[in-house]
Design a protein around this ligand. Structure first.
Ligand SMILES: NC(=O)c1ccc[n+]([C@@H]2O[C@H](COP(=O)([O-])OP(=O)(O)OC[C@H]3O[C@@H](n4cnc5c(N)ncnc54)[C@H](OP(=O)(O)O)[C@@H]3O)[C@@H](O)[C@H]2O)c1
Length: 318
């Protein structure tokens, strides 16, 4: 089969479409004939040499796919060849086929075209597990989403809105502010023009900036608030004002999805299928796809992501 190989750390040009060995289908695995793969910020970090795949994961980039089940390994009863599925991966999605533990495989939600379903696993699992399972966002509470126009942000805005929260998102332009409001955000704050901590008080904050926003995030938390950090785009080391946290009875969480054991991912995946897929099937939450490019043009897709002009997800299709 063919897959995108990273020929060495560097710019988008290091992504090359090569003939590679077929994936092994081990006990408990599902082999997926890939229809589309989602492009994520983490793939850019992997391309640059900053984010190695966890042990045992395929070397090719790609954390999510949609496609058709081509074969199943021993002991897999949940899926059969011919099923249309999407899956959360530890790597290997930029390929014609990928083998993945059945626990990380999901049915395609009703009403979602097969290719577009590749835009869902990573954002749905990340947002559901962090905002709702860890952050325990409840109906009527306020969620602040940093990077509201990102793949993660566009899903977080829609899901929190569908579940009855007041949603505020930060964005980098007036055009993106309009887009996140169309997706349901009650307010959009242009981070280039205003300090979000002067504008909003939130019960839960989904943060992708890390160190740069830590003080502002703690200032913006309401009493009993929960800050959940999932990205370090603004650095990894910062001082924390424990006095401010203590007074607010606030908590700070930092999590990563990719490196979790299969069983933990399985718990998140099943919870997403039970709680999020019905909202997607009802049209209350939709995949937001900025562009679809042929898989062999992964380098162009990374240039697009690097440019920062996208809203939502970029897909590689076959
Ligand atoms: N921990 C985990 O398990 C996990 C899982 C998935 C993703 N993530 C993280 O989530 C983040 C989003 O991922 P993605 O694939 O959706 O990326 P993406 O679509 O490339 O989005 C990156 C976003 O960062 C925003 N941004 C840049 N500087 C900002 C600032 N100063 N303030 C607020 N926002 C700013 C950009 O906003 P504008 O375009 O509006 O300027 C853009 O929306 C990444 O950091 C990724 O590593 C973590």
């Amino acid at each position: 089969m063919r897959a995108i190989e990273i020929t060495g750390p560097g710019g988008p040009e290091v992504l090359e479409w090569h003939e590679v060995p077929e994936p092994q289908v081990e006990r408990g695995d599902v082999l997926i004939d890939v229809a589309a793969a989602g492009v994520n910020r983490a793939d850019v970090l992997q391309r640059q040499g900053h984010y190695a795949p966890p042990p045992g994961a395929p070397a090719y980039p790609g954390l999510e796919v949609s496609g058709v089940v081509a074969a199943v390994g021993e002991d897999v009863e949940q899926f059969t060849p011919g099923d249309e599925v999407c899956a959360l991966l530890s790597g290997g999605g930029y390929a014609e086929r990928v083998s993945v533990p059945w626990q990380q495989v999901m049915p395609v939600p009703d009403r979602v075209p097969l290719r577009q379903a590749a835009a869902l696993p990573e954002v749905a699992c990340t947002v559901w597990s962090n905002v709702f399972m860890v952050g325990r966002l409840r109906r009527g509470e306020t969620l602040l989403v940093h990077g509201g126009a990102s793949g993660i942000g566009t899903f977080a805005v829609q899901l929190a809105k569908a579940l009855g929260s007041y949603v505020v998102a930060t964005v980098g332009s007036a055009a993106k502010a309009e887009r996140v409001k169309e997706l349901g955000a009650d307010e959009a704050i242009n981070y280039r023009k205003e300090d979000f901590a002067d504008r909003v008080t939130a019960d839960v904050i989904l943060d992708i900036m890390g160190a740069k926003y830590l003080a502002g995030n703690i200032r913006a938390l309401r009493t009993g608030g929960r800050l959940v950090i999932i990205g370090l785009q603004g650095g990894r080391k910062a001082e924390i004002d424990l006095g401010a946290m203590l007074a607010k009875r606030a908590s700070v969480h930092a999590t990563a999805l990719r490196s979790r054991p299969v069983d933990e991912k399985g718990v998140i995946v099943r919870s997403v299928v039970d709680n999020v897929w019905p909202l997607v099937a009802a049209g209350a939450v939709r995949p937001v796809v900025h562009a679809e490019l042929p898989m062999s043009e992964a380098a162009e897709a990374h240039r697009m992501l690097d440019s920062g002009e996208h809203v939502g997800k970029i897909l590689l299709v076959r």
